[in-house]
Design a protein around this ligand. Structure first.
Ligand code: UTP
Length: 412
């Protein structure tokens, strides 16, 4: 029986449509559904009402300043110094790598985890394999395996684990690989109505990449990394096939900077490029979206006469574990993201929409950076380290990633 408390919440939030099939359910299905609703954080739905009002005020109150980048020329000059510091930390097992692979990759439209996509042309070369090959370069340079934590979601955990096992972890030492599962959040249609996936199940989606550390902690991995002596976590996206993880030069430079975090960035390709750029917002490191840049900010120059807001993030961050523990209980903002969400229509038919049909709620890792006191902005060469596979065609697609892989000497 649905508790009065849950029934009240369903009514208060105007979500009676989710009870449409309740009377048809078996006792077992009712029990499953009731438990899901008991655990559902209905207050997430308030974010939809708040999004025009509250967010706006915060933005107006923000004071932006440039956050100086460590540029490639200076990195090249100090390469040996940074590299040896980084290699030393890796040898001492102070660095772990975290692969964010819980996303659904809806833009690519591949029905398996994105990392299982074969980007090879004449041979098999999977996205996961590209990443492991890149990580193996560091293993070979340092002589030490880097603990690799892979975040999946309920939707792709089984496929991901099986794929790694079938391919013998692409040559990585499996004793250094740990999987953990992220949390899920409900989805709604454009009218804010919760969607169903089954008659007794809400349509749930992974809740964004911002909750990765709390999910790791819940999986008991904080004790693990503490006992291993890991002090830094390098977090990165699954979809950048040129991604360099646990890059000793980046690790060394961040440690030397004394800052609690570092972010790899690329110089904007052209001033109007639609990427979020690193800055300081109210004294803290932050990412300002391209549409939030004022004319003054666009024209501002740094000491070298170059644009002061010019470095876009590529989702490759190095974070101090101690600082992550300090911010563990901080609430990140919830973003509303338009997506294609499979759902059950009012007649109980399963629909897989071809176009976006509603919203998901996501927390994002970039908001985590804003909770930290400082961040080393570390420039990398775009054509050597940034080849994201987001779309089927066009910008940041399979084709553009293949071209860049070939340019970097990877055989496809
Ligand atoms: P994206 O922002 O590209 O999202 O993720 P996505 O869900 O994978 O793809 P689209 O937007 O539906 O096409 C950036 C990185 O964050 C991870 C992704 O796996 C990718 O590595 N991510 C995203 C998660 O791990 N969990 C999430 O809930 C969302």
């Amino acid at each position: 029986m649905l508790s009065d408390q849950v029934r009240e919440k369903v009514n208060k939030y105007g979500q009676q449509q989710i009870m449409r099939f309740y009377d048809e359910l078996s006792d077992n299905e009712k029990a499953v559904f009731e438990e899901e609703l008991e655990n559902l954080d209905f207050s997430l739905l308030d974010v939809l009402d708040q999004r025009n009002g509250a967010g706006q005020e915060d933005d107006n109150a923000s004071v932006y300043e440039p956050l100086e980048a460590l540029k490639t020329d200076e990195i090249m000059e100090r390469y040996a110094e940074f590299e040896s510091e980084g290699i030393d930390a890796i040898k001492k097992c102070k660095v772990g790598a975290v692969l964010l692979a819980g996303g659904q990759g809806t833009r690519l439209g591949f029905d398996k985890p994105k990392g299982m996509f074969n980007i090879g042309e004449t041979k098999e070369l999977y996205i996961f394999e590209c990443l492991i090959n890149n990580l193996m370069d560091v293993v070979n340079r340092s002589g030490a395996y880097i603990p690799l934590f892979i975040m999946t979601s309920d939707k792709n955990d089984k496929d991901t684990r099986e794929f790694f096992a079938e391919h013998d972890y692409f040559g990585y030492d499996r004793d250094f690989v740990y999987f953990f599962i992220q949390d899920m959040a409900p989805s709604v249609d454009y009218n804010g109505k919760l969607l169903l996936e089954e008659k007794y199940k809400l349509s749930l989606s992974p809740n964004g990449n911002g909750g990765w550390f709390s999910s790791m902690v819940r999986a008991g991995l904080l004790d693990k990394i503490t006992s291993m002596g890991v002090e830094w976590l390098n977090v990165f996206a699954v979809d950048n096939v040129l991604q360099k993880m646990a890059d000793p030069v980046f690790v060394g430079a961040t440690i030397r900077s004394g800052k609690p975090s570092g972010s790899k960035v690329v110089r904007k390709a052209f001033p109007e490029e639609r990427v979020g750029v690193m800055c300081r917002e109210n004294g803290k490191p932050s990412i300002v979206e391209y549409y939030e840049l004022t004319e003054e900010m666009k024209n501002r120059k740094d000491d070298c006469g170059e644009p002061a807001y010019n470095y876009g993030v590529i989702l490759n961050y190095l974070l101090k574990v101690e600082s992550l523990v300090d911010i563990l209980n901080e609430q990140l903002p919830v973003h509303i993201v338009e997506k294609k969400i499979p759902y059950l229509d009012e007649n109980g038919n399963k629909i897989a929409p071809a176009e976006p049909n509603g919203y998901k709620f996501e927390e994002l890792i970039l908001d985590m950076i804003h909770l930290l006191d400082d961040c080393l902005v570390f420039e990398v060469f775009r054509n050597r380290e940034f080849a994201p596979v987001k779309n089927k065609e066009g910008v940041d697609s399979i084709e553009t990633a293949r071209t860049l892989l070939k340019e970097n000497g990877v055989e496809l």
